[in-house]
Ligand binder design. Sequence first.
Ligand code: SF4
Length: 332
Amino acid sequence: MSPLMETVGNSPQATKPSAKNQWTETHYPYSRYLEETFGGKTYKIVVASGLTCPTRDGTIAKAGCAFCDIRGSSSYFGKQGRGASVKEQIRSRMPGVEKRFGAKGYLAYFQSYTNTYSDVNYLREIYEAALSEPEISGLCIGTRPDCLPDPVIDLLEELATTHYVSLELGVQSFEDESLLWLERGHDSKCSIDMLAKLRVRAPTVHTCVHLMFGQPTDTEGGPAEAARILNGIGVRGAKLHQLMVLEHTKLADLYRREPFKTLTLEEYTDQVIEFVENLSPSIYIERLSATASHPDECLAPKWSCNRWDPHNKMRDIMTARGCVQGKRLILT
Ligand code: SF4
C-alpha cells in the first residue's frame, strides 16, 4: 500500500475549509459513509504491522513500486513501529487523536507496506491484538491484489462477521501499460480477478480501491473505464490520488533524467470529474486527491504540497461544472 494514503482527519496539516466553502454534494463522501456505518466521528489510528512488500523483499523487486516513498508514511515501521507491539502503538497514539479531533470511535489502520503479506497465523495475531483494544471498532488493512491467498481472505471474512473490516486495495490503475510504468509487479487482470473473488468469498469485508491518475502512459477515458469496472464488482469505496514525484523514489530518478509531464490541478480535476460522474452513487469516495506528507520532498506536481487549497479549488470546479456522482450513468 502506498504511503501516500492519509485520511484528512489524521493529517497533521488538517484544518477545516473556511465556512464560505459550502459546496453542494458532488459525490458520496467518506464522512457520510462513516456516519452511516458507525453513527459518529470515527478516526483511523495508523499501526505498523512489521511486514514488507513483494516489491521490496526481492520476490518481485527490491526497490519498491516506482512512485513509493515508504519513508513518508506515518506508519513507516522503521520510524514508529520498531519494537512496539500493535497494542502499544494504538495506546500511544489514541490520546493524541482523541484530543485533536474529539474522536469517539477508532479504527486500527494497517497502512504502509503490504499488510496481508505474511502467514495467516501472524496476521490473525496482529489483527486480533488490535480488535482486542476496547476503543477499536474495526480494521482498515492496506494491501495489494496479488497478496491475498484464500486462507487470508477467509480470515478477513471471519473477522468481518463480528467487526468492521475494510480492505484498502492498492489497484492504482486498470491500464496495464501504466502498471508496468509504475513497476507494480501485477497486471489489471490480477486486480479484477481479486475484486471478483472478494465479492464472493468475503462479502462482509468492505473493499476500498485505491486509484492513481496522471501517469504519462494513461489513455483517454481511463477514469471512466475504472469507474465502470468498480460499479459492477462489489466494492464499497474508492480513494483517489494524483501521480506525485517524490524524492527517494525511482520516479524521482527518472524525472531528473527525462522529465515527464505531471497533471496540473485543473487537468487532474477533469479526470476526477470523469471518474465521479461514471461511478455508482452507492460507492463512497474517501479522498479526491493526496497531499505530499513531506512537501520539501515533492518534485512534482507542486500543488501536491498543500492540502486545502487544491481541495477547495477542486470542489469549486466540481460544483461549477455541475458534477454529480453517477450522472453519466443516467444519461447513457
Ligand atoms: S506495495 Fe508498492 S506502493 Fe505499496 S508499500 Fe509496497 S512498494 Fe509501496
